[in-house]
Design a protein around this ligand. Structure first.
Ligand code: SF4
Length: 493
């Protein structure tokens, strides 16, 4: 999972990319980068490194880059380890300068890379599937080298759709030409776009008749911060090309059969964003209300409702209101504790959770606790948190998950491991409770969950195994999967 941003039309494109990227930091912390293009000198500037945005990119250098278009990326690696050479944006020089970022995963990488080598003699330098995508697009654009136009772009993206299977949103900077945005035909990963009127100062600096700047980003919160308006989700299979002169081209290429990832609303997206025009915060409230009605039916009794910070808060609040049980924030997150390799053994991981989360003992002692979390993946973090609460005197700890049981891997950019590592896979609720030392486990009902998305037919393949793309490449993907630390999706290791 990654965060991407692209800005075109303002002389502050590099600076805006940096600021907007800051709003997407939660989508990836392995590395970050910005690629900016100066149309006056025909040069690219690239800043990228491992780590968080503020340490990977020099803010001062970014301020000094005069560029009317720029791309930004923040990465969470699921394919390929976090290596310097794999950091996005990537760029190539044939048939002309092309810079690119994407958010997602390609599932048929082996087949596509073999074909690229055999038929086009293109060789790859990174483990990043974006390089494949960029080379395929570049091959498609060769025909437009001398007579470049939007029809040539459409043909290039059309053939990319035919070659590549997966879930992706991508942005491409075409040097001297403009910025291209497109989503896969299932629209699995999010991307919005918007525009704003240029200020007088910007118009003067541009020395052109441009009236508007345009921006694209993984989430609406980044564009809101930067003052962009008319923010809309790109349709599945839609492409948009903004020329350097401000002319906008739009086309529906793929089938537009949207299957957006439901996990954006569960966990990944920021609560202040809208994904596919649905408020993340409001949907999280609805998750809590729906969970409450399932729990009510069991007549289980609890003294307090406790959220696992941060994503489950809105759901826990709604749950507490609907069950009429007091809401207590007794798990306190240490925002400044980074992962440390000093604490690297199995035994040390208990210390790590204490470093990241502390407990308000006075509110916990003797209480029957209903813990609310967004999901239960490997179960390791849930187990550690339950243990921590019991060590602090809780009489009982049950857990309610807003996401239905995760039983199958994700191949579209989220680090859900092999079925064997998914703790809910093949277990009854009782067996699961035993595995994570919970007194009871409650899950959102799948049908109720689906109905909350109304007209949206979201991807829920990790829950119901209904994958939106062909599944013949999925075994290879399982073997290539990066083994992250047992990472709970709440950011607690
Ligand atoms: S499999 Fe699950 S996590 Fe992956 S895209 Fe589909 S809903 Fe999202």
């Amino acid at each position: 999972m990654c965060g991407i941003i692209g800005i075109i039309g303002t002389p502050n494109a590099a600076k805006e990319s940096y600021l907007g990227l800051m709003m997407l930091q939660h989508r990836g912390q392995d590395s970050a980068g910005i690629l900016a293009y100066d149309k006056n000198t025909h040069t690219f500037s690239l800043e990228k490194n491992l780590g968080h945005i503020s340490s990977a990119i020099s803010e001062q250098k970014i301020q000094e880059i005069p560029a009317a278009s720029a791309l930004g990326h923040t990465r969470y690696s699921t394919i390929g380890k976090a290596l310097l050479k794999d950091i996005q944006p990537l760029h190539i020089n044939y048939p002309f300068g092309i810079g690119m970022v994407h958010n997602g995963n390609i599932v048929n990488t082996e087949e596509v890379s073999k074909k690229l080598i055999a038929e086009n003699q293109r060789f790859l330098f990174t483990n990043n599937d974006l390089e494949l995508m960029m080379n395929i697009l570049a091959e498609g654009l060769i025909a437009g080298k001398t007579d470049f136009n939007f029809d040539k772009i459409k043909t290039a993206v059309q053939s990319l759709y035919q070659e590549i299977q997966g879930g992706y949103s991508s942005l491409t900077l075409l040097a001297g030409k403009g910025m291209l945005a497109f989503k896969d035909p299932n629209g699995i990963r999010p991307m919005v776009w918007g525009k704003r009127e240029l200020t007088l100062e910007e118009k003067e600096k541009n020395q052109s008749s441009l009236q508007f700047a345009y921006a694209f980003a993984s989430e609406s919160n980044a564009l809101q911060l930067l003052g962009y308006e008319n923010i809309q989700e790109l349709a599945a299979g839609e492409i948009i090309f903004i020329e350097e002169n401000g002319k906008v081209h739009q086309a529906q290429l793929g089938e537009n059969r949207p299957r957006p990832c439901m996990f954006e609303w569960i966990y990944f997206a920021n609560a202040d964003s809208k994904i596919w025009n649905k408020s993340v915060y409001q949907l999280r409230l609805k998750f809590g209300q729906a969970l409450a009605s399932s729990i009510q039916a069991t007549e289980a009794q609890f003294d307090i409702v406790v959220p696992v910070p941060d994503t489950s808060r809105p759901s826990a609040i709604a749950l507490s209101e609907n069950l009429n049980i007091p809401y207590r924030e007794v798990l306190i997150k240490n925002r400044y504790a980074q992962r440390t390799f000093i604490l690297n053994s199995q035994k040390d991981r208990d210390k790590m959770i204490k470093l990241k989360l502390s407990v308000v003992k006075e509110e916990v002692a003797g209480k029957n606790i209903l813990l609310v979390d967004d999901s239960i993946v490997r179960g390791t973090t849930s187990k550690r948190i339950i243990k921590l609460l019991k060590q602090n005197g809780a009489a009982s700890v049950s857990i309610a998950s807003t996401c239905p049981p995760i039983i199958s891997p994700c191949f579209y950019g989220i680090d859900f491991p092999t079925p064997q590592e998914l703790v809910a896979s093949g277990k009854s609720l009782k067996e699961l409770a035993l595995a994570i030392d919970a007194d009871h486990v409650f899950y959102m009902d799948i049908e109720k969950f689906k109905s909350l998305f109304e007209e949206l037919n979201t991807c829920m393949a990790c829950v119901d195994k209904d994958y939106p793309t062909q599944t013949n490449h999925l075994d290879t993907m399982i073997n290539k999967r990066v083994q992250h630390e047992p990472s709970h999706l709440s950011g607690i290791y």
